[in-house]
Design a protein around this ligand. Structure first.
Ligand SMILES: [Zn+2]
Length: 308
């Protein structure tokens, strides 16, 4: 293959074949400790039907940000990719409190934690040979970076530099993406290789603008059909960054992670952005080409780090 490639669960794929990309989703995930029965996605029949909606809307690639703590399942992802025809990019690294295995992490140096991530990138996960294509989602539970999270984030940063993979974060509800960027910068990570996640859960345009100004990707990734005024707020947030000249740093995804996020539950599922959100952005003044850049060019560049 000539040109840049992206590592998927079924091997490297040419970047220009990735098509429409969802940069932050989950396919099989266990969030039972926080969300009780709603927090388990485990049924391959159901999830294949959900993913088919994205494929039917023209989708080609799903980035699954599920880490080991969340029940990452390399072989099941590879089987799902084969079944649906979608490219699936798998994550690695450590998630956030309270999911982190503090005892295990405390026993290792930051460099050893980083090396374990790099080993997965180079050799595959748990003897499967299936390799991650992105580092994350890694992040913070609260408004600050907790001590154990500082170590796992530093490890992720060092693994980013060693492996060249992109770093994607969890920064929900509080503007903790900025201290995350400070930490990554101190480790020497190029902010253009960082995606700050869940920015739409922080309803502060100045926060979004500051992340973009620093050069990182601003990811609005909790886009679903639940609440009309929440959809409108996200449309305004995308348009505000576009008007400020930062359209190329905006990423869109749904973060499907609960049973209640699925189309089968009456929510938007994996197809909401393509079917409903992009038309709303057009109506708000973005061009068809702007929309294509948002769901094809930007996430492709986020994955490869290459301008084309
Ligand atoms: Zn998250």
């Amino acid at each position: 293959m000539l040109g840049p490639t992206v590592q998927t669960v079924r091997g490297p794929v040419a970047a220009d074949a990735l098509g429409m990309i969802l940069p932050h989703e989950h396919i099989f995930i266990n969030l039972l400790r926080e969300y009780r029965a709603n927090g388990l996605l485990d049924d391959p029949e159901l999830m294949a039907a959900e993913l088919a909606r994205f494929a039917a809307a023209g989708g080609r690639t799903v980035v699954d940000c599920t880490t080991r703590e969340l029940g990452r399942a390399p072989r099941r992802l590879a089987a799902m990719s084969e079944r649906t025809g979608l490219h699936i990019v798998m994550g690695c690294g450590h998630y956030r409190n309270p999911y982190l295995d503090r005892e295990a992490i405390d026993r290792l140096s930051v460099d050893a934690l980083a090396q374990a991530i790099v080993d997965e990138v180079e050799h595959g996960v748990d003897g499967t040979g299936i390799r991650p294509g992105i580092i994350g989602e890694v992040g913070c539970d609260g408004p600050h970076i907790a001590a154990v999270e500082e170590r796992t984030l530093r490890a992720a940063a060092r693994a980013q530099i060693a492996s060249g993979l992109t770093l994607t974060t969890h920064a929900a509800r509080w503007p903790v993406g900025l201290p995350q960027l400070d930490l990554f910068a101190a480790e020497g990570v190029d902010p253009r290789r960082v995606v700050i996640g869940h920015c739409d859960m922080v309803p502060d345009p100045a926060y979004h603008l500051e992340i973009a100004r620093r050069g990182a990707f601003v990811q609005f990734d909790t886009i679903n059909g639940h609440v009309e005024h929440e959809i409108e707020r996200r449309i305004r947030a995308v348009c505000a960054l576009a008007a400020a000249g930062h359209l190329d740093q905006v990423l869109l995804s749904h973060d499907v992670c609960l049973a209640s996020d699925l189309a089968a539950s009456g929510s938007g599922g994996y197809g909401f952005i393509a079917a409903a959100f992009l038309p709303r952005l057009r109506a708000a003044g973005l061009s068809a080409d702007d929309c294509r850049r948002l769901v094809e060019d930007n996430p492709r560049r986020a994955l490869t780090g290459r301008p084309a």
